[in-house]
Structures are given as structure tokens and as C-alpha cells.
Design a protein around this ligand. Structure first.
Ligand code: TRP
Length: 384
């Protein structure tokens, strides 16, 4: 019956609670999630705070993970995620995810795990040496469970997550051919604009990273944003305003592009009508970094200000935010429970839910008893 229902379109994504979210998270995925939510593009939308995954390399640092659950939740809500439209939940509160992880572990080889490019590059920076936690190595399997437990097909995430989603699709396929068709194969949804896929740090380095200290956080106040922008790395060959400059690979211009600043050109008097015009002038010479940076700080603060106001409101009622997460986790568990049951059915380990199987086994025992009884009667008739 349940199988005959129309398959719902489901979006799922999430973040590890290891720090506040920054503008790279925003243009890379969060902004898109809010847009999809407002378009009503999906039947169901789930956003997960992946605390269990964060623990895979923070077992000795529980406090960091615990304290950042609320920070990430506040960032989501401030950015415009509406908990009446999106199920916001905490990974550790949905036990079915770990049940599915165990079943999936039997479908993945060790060599496939260590070949996962994301795991490989993360191992390289973490310096575990010989002491790699098993949970860390296997987190792609757990992430597959996160996705498949909801029947999700669309995963808005950063480019670094692509190998994870690919492996989740592989696991779905392996399960479906080994047992029965249960899981759709998920696909990543990347930002259309390449610059949004990997926003560089304020120092021009390839990625924003908390440990490097090159991030602008969604929750930074206006002064902090301005300070960070004014000290940003730009074109090192552009020494004086008169010099011709490079816009390509210049993080100040990359941020302007990523934030889509056309409307801001009308709000702020730069003397240019569009980013293209501004870039042309910079390349030709005669436009100083300070002027461009001032505009960028304006654009960022104009975008972040409504989030700061929303965040402050939620910060004044933290219990409500936890109630949102609790209710979301309850709803998420309900959904995951129904899909986990379908998985157990497909595998044939639905012992208590499968009345037909119980009846069949009962019949087999009954037949065996009848045969044994008949044989005993035959022996008795023969006189022992
Ligand atoms: N790996 C993601 C990150 O590092 C977090 C995450 C966990 C996730 N489970 C997921 C993302 C499922 C998308 C889908 O931020």
C-alpha cells in the first residue's frame, strides 16, 4: 500500500556543528536552501545538524560540538530557514540513521572507503597518523544513511561533498540490487555560479577555514565585517589606484560576484552601474582597492544585517530554538523509521512486522511435527 503512494520529492542537507557558519557556507548552499524553501520546490525538506559526524574527529572535544549545535541552528534560522517548511533536526536524535549505517557497512569495502577523495584529503590535514578513529573512516557510510533514510534525491552542498554524495548513490544502488529496490540514488546540487562553489578566504587562500582565521561569519557584526574586508588580500600588483589591476582571482571581486551585488549598485553611490563596469575600470586603472572594499563591506553588511536582527531575536529565546530542533528531530525520526522498516523488509529481517513470514514458519513447524508424529505412530505400530 505504502509503496504505491506517489514518491515525494525530498531535499536533504546538513552541516557539522564545529563552528559558526560563514559566508562561504551561505553562497555555497544556505542561500540556495532558503530559495528552494520559498519556492516550495520540494514535498519535503530536511536540514540536519550533523553532531554525530562532528564527533568522529572530536570525541575528546564534546563541548565544541555541543556548543555549536545552537550556533548552527541560529545561523540557519537567521538566514531565513523557516522551521514550518523545513524539518530542522539533530543527527544523534535519529537512531534509525545508525541502524541503517550498520546495514550499509556490510555493503562497502574497506578499500572503497579509503579511496574516497574527501576522506583522503581530510585525513591529510588531520594528522591522525596510525590512530584514525574507525568512526571517522566510516563517516561516508553514515552520511549515506543520513541521506537515504529520508529518500532524499537532491542534496544542496558544497563541491567538497560531491564524493560523499556519489558514495551514497553507490550504496543505494548496491542495496537495491542486493535486496530490493528501496532507495533512490541522490544527486548533489551545486551553485550555478562557479565562484560560489568555493569562496576563497579573506586572505585569498582557496578555502575559508576557521583554523586559518580567514572567514567572515554570518554572525559577525558590521564593524568586524568592515575590518575584515578592509584588510582583505587583493591584487598584489595593484599598488596605486592609477595602476591597472586584476579582477580575476581577486577575492574582493569574487565576493562581489558571489553576493550578486547589482541591486546594491543602486543603493550605494559607486559611480558605476554594474559589477562589469566596476571591473572594467579596475582593470584599466584608476580605481583604488579602498573604494572597492568599502563597497564590498556595504554589500556584505546590507545582506547580513537582516540576519543579525533575526539572530538576536532567536538568541533571546534559546529554549524555543531547542524546541524547534526537538520537534524537527521527532518528525525526522518518524520518517526515518518508516524507511528503515522498508529496508528491513527488503532484507527479510522484519521479524515482527511480517505476519505472512510468521505463518509460513508456523506451517513448516507444524508439518515437521506431523511428520515426526506419523513416524512415531508407525514405529509404535511395528512394536517399537
Ligand atoms: N559532511 C557534511 C559537512 O561536513 C555534513 C553532512 C552530514 C551532510 N550528513 C550530510 C551534508 C548529508 C549533506 C548530506 O558539512
Amino acid at each position: 500500500m505504502e509503496d504505491e503512494k506517489k514518491i515525494p520529492s525530498v531535499m536533504l542537507t546538513g552541516d557539522r556543528p564545529t563552528g559558526k557558519l560563514h559566508i562561504g557556507h551561505y553562497v555555497g548552499s544556505l542561500r540556495e536552501r532558503v530559495a528552494l524553501q520559498n519556492e516550495g520546490a520540494f514535498d519535503e525538506m530536511y536540514i540536519m545538524i550533523a553532531d554525530t559526524q562532528a564527533l568522529t574527529d572530536n570525541a575528546g572535544n564534546i563541548q565544541k560540538v555541543r556548543d555549536n549545535v545552537i550556533e548552527v541552528a541560529l545561523d540557519y534560522l537567521a538566514a531565513g530557514i523557516d522551521p514550518t517548511k523545513v524539518t530542522l533536526f539533530v543527527q544523534s536524535r535519529v537512531p534509525e540513521l545508525f541502524e541503517l549505517t550498520c546495514y550499509f557497512m556490510d555493503l562497502v569495502t574497506y578499500s572503497r572507503l579509503v579511496r574516497n577523495p574527501t576522506v583522503k584529503s581530510e585525513l591529510a590535514v588531520r594528522e591522525f597518523g596510525e590512530s584514525i578513529p574507525v568512526g571517522f573512516l566510516t563517516y561516508p557510510i553514515s552520511q549515506a544513511a543520513d541521506i537515504l533514510a529520508f529518500g532524499a534525491t537532491v542534496i544542496p552542498a558544497g563541491e567538497d561533498q560531491a564524493p560523499m554524495i556519489e558514495q551514497a548513490a553507490e550504496i543505494a544502488h548496491k542495496f537495491n540490487v542486493t535486496y530490493k529496490e528501496v532507495f533512490p540514488e541522490p544527486k548533489i546540487l551545486l551553485p550555478k555560479n562557479a565562484v560560489c562553489r568555493r569562496l576563497p578566504g579573506t586572505d585569498g587562500k582557496l578555502k575559508m577555514s576557521k583554523s586559518v582565521g580567514n572567514c567572515i561569519y554570518l554572525s559577525d557584526d558590521a564593524k568586524t565585517v568592515e575590518k575584515k574586508v578592509m584588510s582583505m588580500f587583493t591584487d598584489p600588483t595593484h599598488l596605486r589606484p592609477e595602476d591597472p589591476g586584476h579582477t580575476e582571482g581577486n577575492p574582493v571581486f569574487q565576493y562581489l560576484e558571489a553576493f550578486g551585488c547589482d541591486e546594491h549598485f543602486q543603493k550605494y553611490d559607486t559611480g558605476f552601474a554594474s559589477l562589469t563596469e566596476m571591473e572594467e575600470k579596475y582593470r584599466a586603472g584608476g580605481l583604488g582597492d579602498v573604494a572597492v572594499k568599502k563597497f564590498l563591506a556595504f554589500v556584505l553588511n546590507d545582506t547580513l544585517e537582516p540576519m543579525r536582527i533575526k539572530r538576536r531575536d532567536y538568541e533571546s529565546r534559546i529554549a524555543d530554538v531547542y524546541a524547534i530542533l526537538e520537534e524537527g528531530s521527532r518528525k525526522a525520526e518518524e520518517k526515518a523509521r518508516s524507511i528503515a522498516l522498508r529496508a528491513r523488509r527488503a532484507m527479510g529481517i522484519d521479524y515482527f512486522e511480517n505476519k505472512k513470514f510468521i505463518e509460513k514458519q508456523q506451517k513448516a513447524f507444524k508439518r515437521a511435527h506431523e511428520q515426526a508424529d506419523a513416524y512415531a505412530a508407525y514405529l509404535a505400530k511395528q512394536g517399537k
